[in-house]
Design a protein around this ligand. Structure first.
Ligand code: DGY
Length: 324
């Protein structure tokens, strides 16, 4: 008999086909968000699950699924999973690092340029029929080339963003707790600075750190006040890292020139204050959303689940203490 698994959100048919070769699959192609109660109900009798960042794999969910052996997120972020509860219950947890670095870095750049050159507001203006003719002084934006790019959180995606800055002749500074090894810094042409210097000197500050309770509101009113009034803030990491209310206030008062955001505090909630601003570019959490990358993420999660339920160590195990 094949082990039973849950696929908690809609995935590509090819992924389900692959999983069905190994498992009896309970899918959710209708894509209803299951939440805690839905997950508890659907995980009963399951040995494993493919989950998304929207699925709260809490201690309560884990406790309700005694036969569970593996939770495999199809996301690099895993703040939706209670790793401690997983380890205590002997459940392996995995994510999908690596396969989405380039695609997410591309979106960071798209938002950076959209914010710098005021693309969303200019396009809205044109679509509204307000363009009456070319003017010399019209829709002036900020230069990206030769500006200072700051990166907070210099993991794989941060480094990928940094490498793309070479083509724009930018100075790159970054902050993370432990500086990168010298050869990696050289490869990224990036210089470590303390957080205050990063905030003060960046023309474009890109946030790429994982969400954890310690990172909650890492960028709040005090940090925004240190930034240049000409600066732009880009967040493709996670909501909650930025205090959205403080950011809205800074953008409204032009204490900051612009922002490009893909993630929001309390998703799927969205602060309507952003909609009143013309100096923010907004996307709906699509950082890794190209077909090829989403396919690679789902297939990586499937690889992890297949290995875990075959009694092997899954390639992207997040809680190795579970094997002790
Ligand atoms: C990730 O991989 O963490 C993305 O945010 C998609 O959930």
């Amino acid at each position: 008999m094949k082990p039973k698994i849950l696929v908690a959100r809609e995935v590509f048919p090819e992924v389900l086909e692959r999983l069905r070769q190994h498992f009896e699959v309970d899918d959710n192609q209708a894509d209803a968000v299951l939440g805690v109660e839905g997950l508890k109900a659907r995980l009963a009798g399951k040995a494993g699950a493919l989950t998304a960042a929207t699925d709260p794999v809490t201690a309560e969910v884990i406790a309700a699924a005694p036969g569970l052996k593996a939770i495999c997120n199809f996301a690099v972020g895993y703040n939706n999973i209670d790793l401690t509860a997983c380890s205590k219950a002997g459940v392996m947890a995995t994510n999908t690092p690596g396969v989405l670095d380039d695609t997410t870095a591309d979106l960071a750049w798209a938002l950076l340029m959209a914010s710098a050159r005021r693309l969303p507001a200019a396009e809205r203006w044109l679509r509204n029929g307000e363009w009456k003719g070319w003017q010399f002084i019209q829709w002036l934006g900020s230069d990206v080339h030769h500006a200072t790019l700051g990166i907070l959180g210099m993991g794989r995606i941060g480094q990928t963003v940094a490498r793309r800055a070479l083509g724009f002749d930018m100075k790159v500074i970054y902050h993370k707790r432990t500086p990168l090894p010298a050869e990696r810094e050289a490869e990224c042409r990036a210089t470590w600075v303390d957080k205050q210097t990063l905030l003060r000197e960046s023309d474009f500050l890109v946030l790429l750190l994982p969400y954890s309770p310690e990172n909650h509101h890492t960028i709040g009113a005090a940090e925004l006040a240190l930034m240049k009034p000409t600066a732009h803030l880009i967040n493709v990491a996670r909501g909650g890292i930025v205090d959205d209310e403080a950011l809205i206030s800074a953008l409204r008062q032009r204490q900051l020139s612009g922002a490009g955001l893909d993630v929001y505090e309390g998703e799927p909630k969205f602060n309507p204050g952003f909609l009143e601003l013309d100096n923010v570019a907004l996307t709906p959490h699509i950082g890794s959303s190209s077909r090829a990358t989403r396919m690679a993420m789902a297939m990586t999660a499937a690889d992890n689940l297949i290995a875990a339920l075959a009694g092997q160590r899954p390639p992207n195990l997040l809680n190795p203490d579970v094997l002790k």
